[in-house]
Design a protein around this ligand. Sequence first.
Ligand SMILES: N[C@@H](CCC(=O)N[C@@H](CS)C(=O)NCC(=O)O)C(=O)O
Length: 198
Amino acid sequence: MRLRYSPTSPFARKVRVAAAYLGFDLELELADTGNESDTLMAQNPLGKLPVLLGEPVGPLFDSPVILEWLDHKAGSGRILPAEPHARFAALRLEALADGIMDAALLVVYENRFRPEPVRYSPWIERQQVKVYRALDILETQSATLPADVTVGTISLACALDYVELRLGAGWREGRPALVAWLAAFAERCPRFAESAPT
Ligand SMILES: N[C@@H](CCC(=O)N[C@@H](CS)C(=O)NCC(=O)O)C(=O)O
């Protein structure tokens, strides 16, 4: 299995953590989303990474689909529970975490791709509100956050680290339960720390 990735991509990190946790070897291959002649564009016409290659189902994107495939390949029910309540709780948490990453990424892109004079700060603030509102909700629910390694918890851990990387460590203030949850997850899933952005 080969993964088109970038070292800082939180979506690619989800796949790296899941694959390692499930015992799969993953060959990592950098992709340049800004280069229209990168073969990534043929593998995923949306020009986004991660993309998983080398599997009989063809190039796979995006990250929830790849994680579902890895779970299937591992025999099912390993990171995506079969029981409906647990399954949809995990998928819902994954969707929320992915949304946090999407919003943080939009902040990054606004700053990266728009020249400073035309940057629109209300748009940046709007994305930041989404991130911190989601984190506040998670903080209030942290007593019920699952302790096991699922598509949801892998995604949440990647999202929290990405928020820290891009928006700074301020998210930790006033959210002690979420901070403790992340530390506990990192201990439970050593593969998470190994894939930290360098
Ligand atoms: N929903 C996608 C999001 C993937 C995504 O946004 N990846 C970013 C890198 S972290 C990307 O490829 N951006 C390039 C672009 O949007 O052109 C997933 O879960 O895989």
